[in-house]
Design a binder for this molecule. Sequence first.
Ligand code: KG4
Ligand code: ZN
Length: 351
Amino acid sequence: MRVLGIESSCDETAAAVVELDGMDRSVRPRLLSNVVHGQVEVHARYGGVVPELASRAHIRNIQPVIDQALRLAGLEPSAIDAVAVTAGPGLIGGLLTGMAAAKGLAMALDRPLIGVHHMEGHLMSPFLDPQAGEMDFPFVALLVSGGHTLLVHARAFGDYGVLGRTRDDAVGEAFDKGARLLGLGYPGGPAIAALAEGGDRTAIPFPRAMPGRRQLDFSFSGLKTALRTFLGQHPDKLEDAGWRRDVAASYQEAIVDVLVSKSLSACRESGERRLIVAGGVGANQRLRELLRERAASQGIGIYFPPLALCTDNGAMIGLAGARRFLAGQRDGWELNARARWPIERLAEGVG
Ligand code: KG4
Ligand code: ZN
């Protein structure tokens, strides 16, 4: 079957066509097209995603992106068997735009509509990589982006438990806000990573937050404050290139160190030996390096999907939708977008 997947929960307007011919684990999905229209230029001057601007950009881009996904797949709209759309969680304006487009198309084509949980989409990204032949459930997933920071125990398709989540800022925000304090551009992750090259990671002992009650939860707001305080204490050094490199490297290390140690603890606690990393922060080279280094000694296999599948895209929504369709899910026209939707409650259904 061929499924059109539509994603618009944050700042990417995306659509893709995925082909899947069965639930058996030996059946690999095929990606027929994958179109992502980002909005970096819309939000750059604000240093973060502005929801109202994101909504307007989604409205402008959704139809052209869908048309292009169909064109690149070489398909007429009637060749689509189902329309899958991110129903939440995310920014409500963008979600409603994707939902309206999906409903319109499904209704016009007389095809089923399938609402997908954005995080379940991210969990699908490794399955879309032809290189990841042996990939299968169960695993632990570290989902890290500008909007989310989650450690998920993915026991089977549709059966997820949250092992840890952020109490305050998402990890991508920690990079973006840190970059702003250092006078760097947006998005902040790549900017901090570039500045950190060659810097001394041990120069400044920034705090590693380990909130007591739930050991696998994250907290990044204290780190951001520590950076602000530290910069305020050294006004004379702000232009010193070598010092700035050390600050960036130490700040990045404080973030990455916590992500790595909690991810590996999550694997130990759940008894899983596979860890996948998805979301924009998964692009961070130091995160990849440190995770590989520490995981190897513990016998844990790490899997990073290719970057195009790691960040928000329609392909992951199309694949989650196809699997839900094959498992019998059909949503009615009353399907609603939800800004908040805990992944643990996925089993209760959409709408
Ligand atoms: O998944 P994504 O593209 O979009 C959503 O937030 O949904 O993630 C964007 C986030 C931004 O906060 C950006 O600063 C961060 O990912 N990011 C990185 C890197 N590349 C992107 N963070 C650290 N290192 C990177 N190389
Ligand atoms: Zn995402």
